[in-house]
Design a protein around this ligand. Sequence first.
Ligand code: PLP
Length: 412
Amino acid sequence: MTENWIYLDNNATTKVAPEVVETVRDYLERYWNPSSMYEPALQLARELDAARATVANALGAANRDEIVFTSCATESNNAAIVGALRAAIKANPKRRRIITTRVEHPAVLEVCRRLEKDGYPVDWIGVDSKGALDLRAYVQALRPGETAVVSIMHANNETGVIFPIEKLSRIAKQTDAKIAFHVDATQTVAKLPINLGAAPVADSDRGAFGYVDMLSFSGHKIHAPKGVGVLYLKRGVAFERFMIGGHQEKGRRAGTENVPYIMGLAKALELDLADLPDASARIERLRDRLQAGIEERVPYVVVNGKGSPRTPNTLNVAVYGAEGEAILALMSANGVCVSSGSACTSGSLEPSHVLTAMKVPSGALQGNFRFSLSRYTTESEIDRALEVFVEVVATIRKTSSKWDDAKCEPIS
Ligand code: PLP
């Protein structure tokens, strides 16, 4: 049952909106293959096309054909990086370098590691202690005629820190128009404005993604189901398809379309965007309320990414003198769902690669975890989560070998 849980792990996945559940159910009953040629299937294909237009409009993409449906953001990221790299090498064998950051989700990080192992040079760009990208290293890494793909996330899934994609993509294109610029926007679609049709003139043009060639995101982070994703491929961008097979998605991604979930994703986007500025502002107020409460009531807590622009829903904290896993377990025992670092790496006791790149002190690294909110989060849930958190940290610190409870400070 889900009713009694306070769900604050929305960067891992989100509740499927009730309206989306209804849409999916309707289309599950209409089981036709949209590639077939009889009338019910042709009608379904027209509706699929309308969903494609909805997604294109939501992102400001010029053409609906620029939207390719996939199974998840991981697939979209794999396809973008490998597909653009292959196409670049075909056109010019010297163009085989990749640029990415040290704080990407494993869905980019591991792809780049594999490509590096296979002999394609990767420039790994670091971040500072606030999570901001090393711009100088980025500019130096861009090599005209050699860099094939840049893949940089819009916002970090662990800390919520936002990278200035508007500026980074403009610099890349000004350096060499043939560089394919890919953005993993899994944590920002339907949270921050994104307009793929607007070229940034000034660095302050938030969301002007006109220099972006490829963009990925996933349905299950925006109140649609798991198992459906999107890859935006700008018209004309050199790309070799990744999923090989049938002719679906105009030959760019083989496999029969998951029509019910695609329709659900389009519905979810519509719902999210109808309410975007207001919902974002409300979520941010709740996040800030939680953050202020923690900073006021729990000593020796660090808010990771504070001081950098962050997504409105994310709060990443590191607690001295308490293990993240222990906090997580006790929070769960008290009905609050949070995550330690990224859901994909929690379960391992490896410190987060994101916080390691930010050089978070080792004393705080083990006590790290993340609250992430959604438009369904309420003020009373936030207040209850804060109470639970304060009690849980106090309880764990009482018996922690890393905490001096009498002095109320960490043991170094
Ligand atoms: N990229 C980012 C930034 C993410 O946060 C996630 C999931 O947490 C992914 C990619 C992978 O998404 P999916 O599970 O839909 O493949």
